[in-house]
Design a protein around this ligand. Structure first.
Ligand code: HEM
Length: 157
């Protein structure tokens, strides 16, 4: 795999870490965003995973909901109140493009953690953060965990 290459250092400055978007060895291992593809959003560029969560910009929910990836708009998803820009990543998603597109501008926290582990979070998702948001609801209720057989007629004796 290659580099995360972000050329938007200047636009990242307001968030307090001038070198925030410099590539590093650890960033480099698992995600490749070429100069052309990154086409970073000027208002909300993708920030390095070295930027602490508390220093991410807070994005109004209205703006997040607009980023549905349609008609040239950026494709953002929300996981655990973090906003991830999947505009470029979606094309290389091993689970297919459609599933991410279906969550554009929306929360998909529990669905995400159903299919991915902490390593994928650390290696890839953390390299896609653009900010934080409060108040974006998941449109699907999380199914209750399957806790026993009683409901299916199992009888204890
Ligand atoms: C930041 C966004 C995302 C990243 C970085 C990401 C990353 C990945 C990776 C690395 C895999 C391969 C996993 C493996 O081979 O073990 C994968 C598979 C998959 N992802 Fe994602 N994904 C993202 C978003 C989503 C979303 C929003 C969904 C929908 C809920 C989703 C659903 C899936 C599914 C269904 C698979 C296939 C799982 C399987 O074959 O067992 N992903 N994803």
């Amino acid at each position: 795999m290659g580099w995360i290459r972000a050329n938007n250092t200047a636009s990242a400055k307001p968030f307090g870490e001038p070198e925030a978007n410099e590539k590093t060895e650890s960033d480099a291992e698992h995600i490749e965003i070429t100069e052309d593809e990154s086409n970073n959003d000027k208002a909300y560029p993708i920030l390095s995973k070295r930027v602490p969560e508390k220093d991410l910009p807070t994005i109004p929910p209205k703006e997040v909901k607009e980023k549905d990836g349609k008609e040239g708009r950026r494709l953002w998803i929300v996981i655990d109140n973090l906003v991830l820009d999947c505009t470029s990543y979606v094309r290389r998603h091993p689970g297919g493009q459609q599933i991410i597109q279906g969550f554009g501008g929306q929360d998909c926290s529990w669905q995400w953690w159903t299919f991915h582990d902490r390593k994928i979070w650390n290696d890839i998702a953390l390299n896609l953060r653009v900010g934080r948001v409060e108040g974006i609801e998941n449109r699907h209720q999380k199914p209750k965990a399957f806790v026993g057989l009683r409901g299916f007629g199992y009888q204890e004796d």
